[in-house]
Design a protein around this ligand. Structure first.
Ligand SMILES: [Zn+2]
Length: 408
């Protein structure tokens, strides 16, 4: 088990005062020095590093491919590069990032024609939703309207799964993203309600018995954010639910908490006894983010405590030997950011900073030495350094940080 992650030898907490007091840091190693830096100085380092990484991502996923898009998705493809450029624009206000972002989305649009995928992270909904929002920022109302029209023409087949990466929840997330950025009712509440009805219906069919809602993807009842309960419950909490549906969402989360592993980690699927994965896709990370949301939406202390318990697992076993946001250190850092946003407690901000500093200090070297895995798609948003660059930019304004494609 231990070879999946590095033992976390960083201090559990370093207070603000010692962070701004750099005396005593002179004899420390480079990681400890980073941990002792005040926010402003660290932000400058992260900004430079993030923009350098962004340049590498653009070079490898766009320039070197002569602007041809074979994988258009946010997950491993060109839309991930566009999403990173949009973030770089939001942080720097430099329009060149926005213009390049727009070109890449345009080519993603062509590449995605006929793909039939309907979600934000792995489908056409992501291309059209991000395209519309970026066009709006560019002041191109006509293009914005065109992308919204394409979005509205997306058809959901009857046999669509319910999960986030390929299913109904992933389409609904794109609807919420559009409504948040372009105004409520860009996608009508009727359209969204129909999809919620389908999700609730299929969840109740499989959920008979101990857990009110349950879902299957490729024959397995997953619990994690990518393919299972954590992702679907996360999206449902942004919807207008009736009291019965709210009770079922809460009941499902309570069932998960009750049936977590003794270690505090969560099974990747129903009945699994292998306490191994601490990722956003499978395990404590994705569940923790969903529990933080539940604590916020329902004002519940129990969900908050369960989220804090899960975050402790992420702190101890979450320094993974990968960098990305799906199953790497970058994604795990977002657990602490979301707890910081909800509670205002500096210990959580410190832990996000610690994971970020670990990456900044060591990831490139550990990858080049073959100790860390660079990811199957090493420049992508979800598996590669694209996600790491995104986290670095998010750490500059930690209250504004959002897990890409998952937190609104
Ligand atoms: Zn993953």
């Amino acid at each position: 088990m231990a070879d999946r992650f590095f033992p976390n030898e960083m201090p559990d907490f370093i207070s603000e005062t010692s962070q701004s007091d750099s005396a005593g840091a002179s004899e420390s190693d480079s990681l400890t020095k980073l941990l002792l830096l005040p926010h402003k100085t660290l932000s400058q380092l992260l900004m430079k590093s993030a923009l350098d990484l962004k340049d590498t991502v653009v070079k490898e996923t766009w320039v070197a491919k002569r602007k041809r898009v074979s994988d258009y998705t946010l997950y491993t493809g060109a839309l991930g590069t566009a999403f990173l450029l949009f973030k770089a624009y939001q942080v720097t206000k430099d329009n060149t990032h926005l213009l390049l972002c727009s070109q890449i989305i345009n080519n993603c649009d062509y590449a995605s024609r006929g793909s039939g995928r309907v979600t934000f992270i792995c489908g056409q909904a992501g291309v059209y939703a991000l395209g519309a929002v970026v066009a709006k920022h560019n002041g191109d109302e006509q293009l914005c309207h065109q992308y919204v029209t394409q979005f509205k023409e997306i058809k959901l087949s009857k046999d669509l799964p319910d999960e986030l990466l390929y299913g109904r929840a992933g389409f609904l997330w794109a609807c919420s993203f559009l409504n948040k950025n372009l105004g409520e009712d860009t996608v009508s509440s009727n359209r969204m309600r129909n999809v919620v009805d389908e999700i609730i219906k299929s969840g109740r069919q499989l959920g008979k018995g101990r857990c009110p809602l349950m879902y299957e993807w490729h024959g397995k009842k997953y619990w994690g954010a990518a393919h299972g309960l954590a992702g679907i419950m996360h999206v449902l909490m942004d919807m207008d639910l009736n009291p019965d549906e709210v009770a079922h969402v809460k009941g499902t989360l309570n069932y998960m908490i009750k049936n977590r592993f003794p270690s505090g980690n969560y099974p990747s699927s129903e009945g699994s006894e292998t306490d191994r994965l601490v990722h956003w896709c499978h395990g404590a990370t994705g569940v923790a983010l969903t529990l933080v949301k539940a604590a916020k939406v329902f004002g519940s202390e129990e969900f908050l405590q369960a989220a804090i318990d899960a975050a402790e697992v992420v702190w101890n076993r979450g320094l993974l030997k990968r960098v990305g946001i799906c199953h790497g250190i970058s994604g795990n850092a977002y657990v602490f950011l979301s707890l910081y946003q909800l509670t205002g407690k500096l210990e959580f901000l410190y832990r996000a900073k610690a994971f970020t500093c670990f990456l900044h200090d060591r990831a490139q070297t550990l990858i080049s030495e073959g100790i860390m895995h660079g990811g199957d798609r090493p420049y992508s948003m979800f598996e590669g350094i694209g996600g790491m660059a995104y986290l670095f930019l998010d750490m500059i304004e930690p209250y504004q940080a959002r897990f890409p494609g998952f937190q609104l």
